[in-house]
Design a protein around this ligand. Structure first.
Ligand code: FO1
Length: 340
């Protein structure tokens, strides 16, 4: 079976561990990773969502943090802080730095991000193909309230924010500012971005296309913002199934609840499923998995034309994650069986 997965960071990577565990040798998994979290800091290009997938499936991840390397040290970062380097708010571990140094060197030599990612992943033997959504630069920028010292400046490429508002890079929003109230998220550069080599084929040729419990705004939403990807999903022969990132009104982890209001979507499993929409109604989903706590969402989801099922969605351990992946595949099979 050919399975393609659109993935953001921590939630997507955890789901992929379970999916890989249930795959047989003749299954093939391709991951299309979000790159709108990417940021250049201390002169280095950092790709958090690609690295979280790479480290998680490569067994180098710090499982507690969900990002960065296990057995990490922070000497370089401490030295950057001593120099008052402007990047010191973002924790770049000593082992993690090697990834960014290699990536930045290759990018500077003109190697496209998809090839850079392939070379980095070769070391980690992921058992899946990891493709960036695009080789072109795309960055999520967030409009927030300006600080009262008026130091706010619109991020490059952003229209001047409204008075009293400012625009910051997603990483500054999430890490440095701890996710204050957000008014708008824009994937800067997405309109000019092209799907990376292999992305459209991975969507068109898949038997099953999965949306793991990644952030609907800054992970799945940004992947769908790359021109051509949404249409490819709608036209794909694959059955498309997603897993709700919200359980009884709260995000499993991360910040999905902080950003859903910026796209006018209620913080619930059913609302996110409705937001993606049924493919039969112009959306991108055939099926949607919700947690048992959200069984009341099943009827409204089915009324939208979605096949919907409920099960425990907390990815507490590899076995529970494998059970979710199994259920998603089963839902896809039943949806696929129903598709003309
Ligand atoms: N998240 C934090 O909360 N604090 C950090 O200092 C931090 C540094 C960091 C460095 C490299 C990397 O790949 C990820 C890092 N993250 C950090 C996580 C990152 O902000 C988020 O995981 C993703 O961008 C959201 O999926």
């Amino acid at each position: 079976m050919r399975i393609t997965v659109l993935s953001g960071g921590v939630g997507g990577a955890r789901f992929l561990l379970g999916l890989r565990a249930i795959c047989s040798p003749d299954d093939h998994v391709t991951v299309i990773g979000n790159t709108a979290d990417d940021i250049t800091l201390a002169g280095l290009r950092v790709c958090p969502d690609l690295d979280t997938v790479m480290y998680t499936l490569g067994d180098g991840i710090d499982a507690e943090r969900g990002w960065g390397r296990r057995d990490e040290s922070w000497h370089a970062m401490a030295e950057l802080a001593e120099y008052d380097d402007p990047s010191a708010w973002f924790a770049l571990g000593d082992r993690d730095l090697a990834t960014h140094l290699v990536r930045t060197r290759l990018l500077a030599a003109g190697v496209p991000l998809s090839e850079v990612t392939r070379r980095l992943c070769a070391r980690w033997r992921l058992g899946v193909d990891l493709l960036p959504m695009t080789d072109d630069p795309v960055e999520s920028h967030v409009v927030i309230d300006a600080p009262d010292d008026g130091s706010g400046a619109a991020a490059p490429g952003q229209p001047e924010g409204e008075p009293g508002r400012r625009t910051v890079h997603f990483q500054e929003y999430w890490v440095r500012l701890q996710a204050p109230k957000a008014y708008l998220v824009t994937a800067v550069g997405a309109d000019r971005a092209r799907p990376a080599p292999g992305v459209l084929a991975a969507i068109a040729d898949a038997d099953v296309l999965l949306l793991p419990p990644s952030n609907p705004v800054v992970s799945i939403g940004t992947i769908l913002a790359v021109p051509g990807i949404r249409t490819a999903i709608q036209r794909s022969r694959a059955a498309v199934v997603g897993v709700a990132p919200i359980i009884s009104g709260a995000p499993v982890r991360g910040m999905a609840d902080r950003l859903l209001p910026t796209i006018g979507v209620e913080v619930s499993a059913g609302a996110v499923g409705a937001h993606y929409g049924a493919r039969s109604a112009g959306g991108i989903l055939d099926g949607w998995l919700v947690d048992d706590a959200d069984r009341s969402d099943l009827a409204p989801l089915r009324a939208l034309g979605l096949r919907a099922a409920a099960m425990p969605l907390l990815m507490t351990d590899p076995a529970s994650t494998a059970a979710i992946a199994t259920a998603a595949i089963e839902l896809a099979r039943s949806a696929g069986a129903a598709a003309p």
